[in-house]
Design a protein around this ligand. Sequence first.
Ligand code: C2E
Ligand code: CA
Ligand code: CA
Ligand code: CA
Length: 279
Amino acid sequence: AKSQQRAGHFYFSRNMGVEIRERVRMMHALRTAFSQHELFLMYQPQIDLATRRPVGAEALLRWRTRDGKFVSPDRFIPIAEYSGLIIEMGEWVLRTACAELVRLRAAGHRAFTISVNVSQVQFRHPQFLPMLRQALEETGAPPEYVELEITESMAMEEPHLLVEMLAEVRRTGVKVAIDDFGTGFSSLSHLQRLRIDRLKIDRAFVTEITGSSRGSSIAEMVIQLGRNLGLSIVAEGVEDERQAQVLYHLGCPLAQGFLFARPMTAEDLAAWLAGEARQ
Ligand code: C2E
Ligand code: CA
Ligand code: CA
Ligand code: CA
């Protein structure tokens, strides 16, 4: 038993070593990739379910390594957060998305919003607000067409700090959406105090609505909650027409998902929007 324990312990720590080394390796690779401009943004359109017209797009970060492999943001964002690189990277994302918004507006897409994901680490950084104001000013992006997506888990932590931060963000004119909504347990009163603009229903609950289980779904409750608070609501991860129909009938005004469009490059987005406008 003793030797087994020891063997088990050895195995465990050796694995930890591998994991840490892998993380450090990825941290270096990510830093290099970022400085060599190997990261880029893709944009996924958001659609008005009543008119089926695009109303905005979410900027999604992509990392394509030299050998052509894509690393998922779910893997590299935590590393960027852990290493602090997210501060620089997040600023670049915001500026790039704002610049893209300005270009799209110049091409005639004037009622179009760009949504940018903001990490908790970024949002908590003391320079976040000055950075945001400067990015808006230098790119010339109209704040009311810029939206920040913060996750529900972030929205639940440190309520006082968050209430204050959101009030300041609001003063810039920028909109705020709560991402992955439904996965946490925000209370109604908490949400009211936050004064956000939009809720994004997590894909897991969208997938659920056309499932076999009867009764009111989480998506339905989120839509009701959002409507009662006078918020805009976007359903994410809409993959088929039935989901779009159900959501629309439940009162969800906006949607995003593979049914309408996959995330695309800035160039493709401009072409796609031009095509949509001609229809
Ligand atoms: P998220 O913010 O919840 O983004 C939505 C994810 O769902 C995206 O994955 C998108 O490609 C995917 N998606 C959209 N429509 C569909 C659909 O119909 N079906 C399915 N199966 N998936 C769909 P992605 O791009 O891999 O991003 C994963 C997460 O990484 C994002 O989740 C977000 O939390 C984070 N992320 C991405 N870009 C950034 C960024 O610039 N900054 C920060 N802080 N986080 C980011
Ligand atoms: Ca998001
Ligand atoms: Ca989401
Ligand atoms: Ca997510």
